[in-house]
Design a protein around this ligand. Sequence first.
Ligand code: SF4
Length: 261
Amino acid sequence: MEVNQLNLKTEENNKLFFILFIITLLMMAFVFMIACIFIFSSRRIYKNILLIIFGSLIVFLCFIILGILILFFSKSNKKTHFLFLKWMNLSFKIFYPFIYIVSQSIRIDKDKVRRLYTQINNYLVSKQKIPVVKGNNILLLTPHCIQWAKCPYKVTNDVMNCKLCGKCQVKDLVELSRKYDTGLSIVTGGTLARQNVVQKKPKAIVAIACERDLFSGIQDVKSIPVLGIINERPEGPCYNTRINISKVEEAILYFLKGGKK
Ligand code: SF4
């Protein structure tokens, strides 16, 4: 996968992430100010308890904010010590829901914010030290809307039912999985995707889906590196979707080469 495709640090993402981060911080500061007024006007017996809780919350929040700043200013394409990575990951996972709520309150397109989630996830994976993963330990996971809607063959049961006619990109994915000996699952929903991961126990996942499904899917898989690739929907959602196949190949190669591009 090209550096920029993995990377959080594209102009557009940088800007959106930073703006949302600042707005979220301002809103938090406002809530804390209200809390401060409440604490100092409360009766003495509660005041000390509230101050301790409040103080601990502020310290925790500073820890999270610092983690986000490290994530934001960390150098692209440089591997990070796993403790820093854990810190950035934790900070991002804790802070992201606030960013999401704030983005919705100011009516930013949900998909834009969810896309940011996938891209930051990919960025964090790119900073992880990953061992070389064999092809048969890599799972390509894609929703069945990538299949031509009129295709009579059921590829969700067995991808090898595909006759490789080329009317949809299932053909390309089957060929890629054969070329690199990876697993390939075409699933009808999130539950089946999760079941596939549990059954096949991959060591790395290349997940293809829309912003919403990647957002929830990546959160479900905690211990396996997942590179998310957002699909294209030229005919609308969930219908004859498409994927940039070279991005899928780059993601496979990324894992095959142990995280080297
Ligand atoms: S490439 Fe495979 S899945 Fe797609 S339409 Fe042809 S036979 Fe069906």
